[in-house]
Design a protein around this ligand. Structure first.
Ligand code: VG1
Ligand code: CO
Length: 557
């Protein structure tokens, strides 16, 4: 491409282009401001120096994706990128994009998603940079990008006709090679290489086969789910619902939990469907939910780790297990029993990548409905769903009729049960949230809570430890501070306070509560009942209601 084609555009920095837990997420209207998107893309390029790079581009197809892809093409061409691999119509689920980066040895990728945040002209858009291992850029890179956004004065682009994203094949734009590819094919091949599809198929079509329902919540997983459940596993069309991907997710909140995935919950309960599942807007989250049996994400990853030997990909054994800090300790017990390394990392999938690259981590998860393994470097919703089907298929070989609940109860019997719940207080004032955090910080600093006993409806809780979670990456030694405030109680229960890093407006306070028990009479109890007293105590210690002026959380998961 001749330099003459490159147009240099003057611009001014926008405030607040700091990537959060998983990329930059803002309202679409913010991204639509003149130069806003271009500034951020140029800041990425100024940070990673993409001359000669092959980059993967695609996302969950939400509103504003297509214009964003065209902008990226024009800016990439001017910044010396060699090739872009783009999903047809600009589509890649987040796990599929991670796989494409790895499989085609790309230098990185730009993912266009705000994940489970609602989409459409009045909702959210997002841009995330992933590196060559297929995972989200680590903090040293996102910090650099943010610094660049604060001083940017110009960006470069090449003007040219829009690239037709709907045609699979190779093309070019001002010397930049472009491959438009099928977003589903490579991902399906990947899952087929991991799981025992033959076993799953014979189970589902056999005498103890269970009805399956997957809900795509109108997110990006629709076409992927159809390829897996209908085309490959031969299930009827009725085994998938809301699987037409829509740019506004049908006006819904594409987050697979008991509150937002009510379309799944209702259908499962109404039809008494033994195996139900859902995924989020960009396909990296999952919820496993059968009639009368909800699997908490913290339990889900522990069960998958415990049953890993039935999944062909893990036949060689497990390298290590991990969870994010606020996630319950259920998986810790599995790691101990299997005698493998265990890691506790800060919230956000980017922290698992180094451990996987170093060959020390096989399976990991987050309480926020994220589960995955080292087959890619993002959490993977459909991977978790098929993992559960693989486990059920194997369990039914031994004992026909085994369902989700039987697997959970057997797990509790073997390892004990961790009750876990998260309360989210969304879009509260940043000021109020920071005041609450400061008050907790002060109490942690002077250790005044230690040995204090708090009464509750379900007994006493004595504070044993109070600390701020800081993390040192065991591979590269990088340090991430202030990753949440933790209170540990004498009976092993735990409460964590953390500010969200994915919200697009105001602040979101998360309260995580966990209580472990080996008492079999509690294994079938309701989570809310099991945690009642502890939640009361957490609210009292933090004075959360007074600080935030909220009587009830926005969402309970
Ligand atoms: C939330 C979750 C976190 C997850 C992140 C991205 O972050 O708590 O566990 O990794 O979302 O998930 P935060 O900072 O808001 O708590 V997704 O599906 O948005 O890529
Ligand atoms: Co997501």
């Amino acid at each position: 491409m001749s330099k003459a084609n490159v147009k240099v555009v003057s611009t001014k920095p926008y405030e607040g282009q700091k990537p959060g837990t998983s990329g930059l997420r803002k309202r679409v209207k913010i991204f639509q401001q003149e130069h806003y998107t271009e500034n951020f893309v140029q800041a990425i390029f100024d940070s990673v120096k993409p001359e000669g790079f092959t980059l993967v581009v695609g996302g969950d197809g939400r509103f504003f994706s297509k214009p964003a892809v065209q902008k990226i093409i024009a800016i990439a061409a001017a910044n010396g990128v060699k090739k872009l691999i783009i999903g047809k119509d600009g589509i890649f689920s987040t796990p599929a994009a991670s796989n494409i980066i790895r499989k085609y040895k790309a230098n990185g990728g730009i993912l266009l998603t705000a994940s489970h945040n609602p989409g459409g002209p009045d909702n959210d858009f997002g841009i995330k940079y992933n590196v060559s291992n297929g995972g989200p850029a680590p903090e040293n890179i996102t910090d650099k990008i943010y610094e660049k956004t604060k001083s940017i004065s110009e960006y470069k682009l090449v003007e040219g006709p829009e690239v037709d994203l709907s045609k699979i094949g190779s093309t070019e734009f001002a010397g930049l090679a472009i491959d438009i590819i099928d977003p589903v094919k490579d991902y399906l091949e990947l899952l087929e290489s991991i799981f025992d599809f033959g076993l799953i198929k014979s189970f589902l079509h056999g005498p103890s086969g269970q009805k399956v329902l997957f809900d795509g919540l109108h997110g990006v997983t629709g076409p992927y789910a159809r390829a897996i459940f209908v085309d490959t596993l031969g299930l009827p069309e009725s085994s998938v619902q809301n699987c037409v991907a829509l740019p506004d997710f049908g006006g819904g909140h594409p987050d697979p939990n008991l509150t937002y995935a009510h379309s799944l919950v209702e259908a499962v309960e109404k039809g008494q469907i033994p195996f139900g599942a859902a995924s989020d807007g960009d396909g990296d989250r999952n919820m496993i939910y059968g009639a009368g049996a909800f699997v908490t994400p913290s339990d889900s990853v522990a069960v998958i780790a415990d049953w890993a030997h039935v999944i062909p990909y893990f036949k060689g054994g497990l390298k290590g297990l991990a969870r994010s800090m606020p996630t319950s300790g259920a998986i810790d017990y599995v790691a101990k029993a299997k005698n493998v390394e265990f890691f506790e990392v800060p919230t956000g999938w980017k922290f698992f990548g180094n451990l996987m690259d170093a060959g020390r981590l096989s399976i990991c998860g987050e309480e926020s409905f994220g589960t995955g393994s080292d087959h890619i470097r993002e959490k993977d919703g459909l991977w978790a769903v098929v993992a559960w089907l693989n486990i059920l298929a194997a369990a039914n070989q031994d004992k026909p009729g085994t369902g989700i609940k039987d697997i959970l109860l057997a797990h509790y019997k073997k390892y004990g049960r961790s009750f876990f719940s998260r309360y989210d207080y969304e879009e509260v004032s940043s000021d109020a949230a920071h005041k609450m955090v400061s008050a907790l910080d002060a109490a942690i600093k002077d250790q005044s809570l230690i040995n204090q006993t708090f009464d509750s409806a379900t007994g006493e809780f004595a504070v044993a430890q109070a600390f701020v979670f800081d993390y040192t990456d065991p591979i590269d030694g990088s340090v991430s501070r202030n990753q949440g405030q933790v209170l540990r109680f004498a009976d092993g229960s735990r409460v964590v306070f953390r500010l969200s890093g994915t919200g697009s407006q105001g602040a979101t306070v998360r309260l995580y509560v966990e209580r472990y028990t080996t008492d079999p009479s509690q294994f079938e109890k309701d989570t809310a009942e099991g945690l009642k007293g502890l939640i009361e105590v957490a609210l009292r210690i933090s004075k959360l209601k007074e600080f935030l002026g909220r009587d009830k959380p926005t969402v309970i998961t």
